[in-house]
Design a protein around this ligand. Structure first.
Ligand SMILES: [Zn+2]
Length: 328
């Protein structure tokens, strides 16, 4: 389904099979005559994503040889890059998070990933957890080597048609995440920084390192200062009340921090024990889905605990290869 959401801005819905996100919103920003179009975000490295995207581009009459902008490096956004980029494609993106990519690679190594899960108190069979679908395996160096890659940093500008976009660095959901704001029309291409109905996943792979939640909350404050008429998110529906949604997201995290502080008051517990006590909005019934859900939920929990460690409201101890957390 394609929608011209504003003049020369087309929303393209790309299916994301087997995820609760359901679809990615890619946006085609049409350039003036003689200028290239820019396609914002792509989808997984899957045939079904590529087919949907290419069909939509044909339907809206996108020019051949468009450029690409990635709001961030998660594979529901960037996975299709090797298939969609050619030698002539400029790929705009935020700061490439090489340190995070190194952590992703480490986590997909069975020994390292297993150690992290054991430290968090996960008892499930590791072989079962390690069944990572193919679309989550990627060679990042090769991916960026194939294209003309161009970093967009805070305050830098990008023109498409009559729009003058300004880049805002919004770390948190992913390192190197960027949003683009257009001051004249007050449009915000928000990536996964601000979503309606679902709260962007904030996770943690490295306890004691700079907290992703702290960065995320800081990035929300930054966007809250802008006058936004329409948020164009990368999943679900566009939003009109940006400030109200930011307030809801801030409140959501404040409540979760409080909830975890209360759980931590009972004494030292592992990440998984704490995850099990949190009152999650939805828990899937299927066992297979549950496993995936709890790993996501564990990441969220650890991100909040890591924040509490950073602001000195929790402490971490190690015993028998496990990490235990308690209030301070
Ligand atoms: Zn996403």
């Amino acid at each position: 389904m394609i929608e011209e959401i504003a003049p020369d801005i087309f929303l393209i819905r790309v299916p994301l099979p087997h995820t609760p996100l359901r679809e990615l919103n890619a946006y085609l920003l049409r350039g003036r005559a003689g200028e290239k179009d820019i396609l914002v975000d792509l989808g997984f490295d899957l045939d079904v994503c590529e087919a949907a995207l290419r069909a939509a581009l044909r339907e809206v009459g996108a020019k051949a040889g468009f450029d690409i902008l990635l709001t961030h490096f998660h594979l529901d956004h960037a996975g299709l890059l090797p298939r969609m980029a050619t030698a002539d494609t400029t790929v705009y993106h935020g700061k490439i998070p090489w340190e995070m990519i190194r952590q992703w690679e480490q986590m997909s190594d069975p020994a390292e990933g297993g150690k992290f899960l054991r430290q968090s108190g996960v008892e499930r069979d590791l072989a079962e957890i390690k069944s990572i679908p193919r679309e989550f395996e990627v060679d990042w160096r090769e991916m960026f080597a194939q294209s003309r890659s161009q970093e967009l940093r805070e305050g830098e500008r990008l023109t498409t048609g009559n729009y003058q976009w300004r880049c805002f660095e919004t770390d948190g959901h992913c390192e190197g995440h960027i949003c683009l704001y257009e001051p004249e029309t007050k449009l915000l291409l928000a990536g996964d920084h601000i979503l309606g109905h679902i709260s962007p996943n904030i996770t943690c792979y490295n306890m004691g390192a700079a907290s992703s939640l702290r960065k995320y909350l800081h990035s929300l404050d930054k966007i809250a200062d802008l006058d936004v008429k329409l948020v164009l998110p990368a999943h679900r529906e566009p939003l009109t009340d940006c400030r109200a949604r930011i307030k809801e997201l801030q409140t959501h995290h404040e409540r979760r921090l409080e909830e975890i502080k209360n759980i931590l008051a009972a004494g030292p517990q592992t990440g998984m024990e704490i995850t099990g006590k949190i009152n999650w909005a939805a828990r899937p019934a299927e066992a297979e889905e549950q496993l995936r859900f709890y790993l996501f939920a564990l990441g969220e929990t650890l991100a909040h605990i890591n924040y509490l460690l950073e602001v000195d409201q929790a402490e971490m101890t190690e015993a028998d290869g496990r990490l235990y957390y308690q209030g301070k």
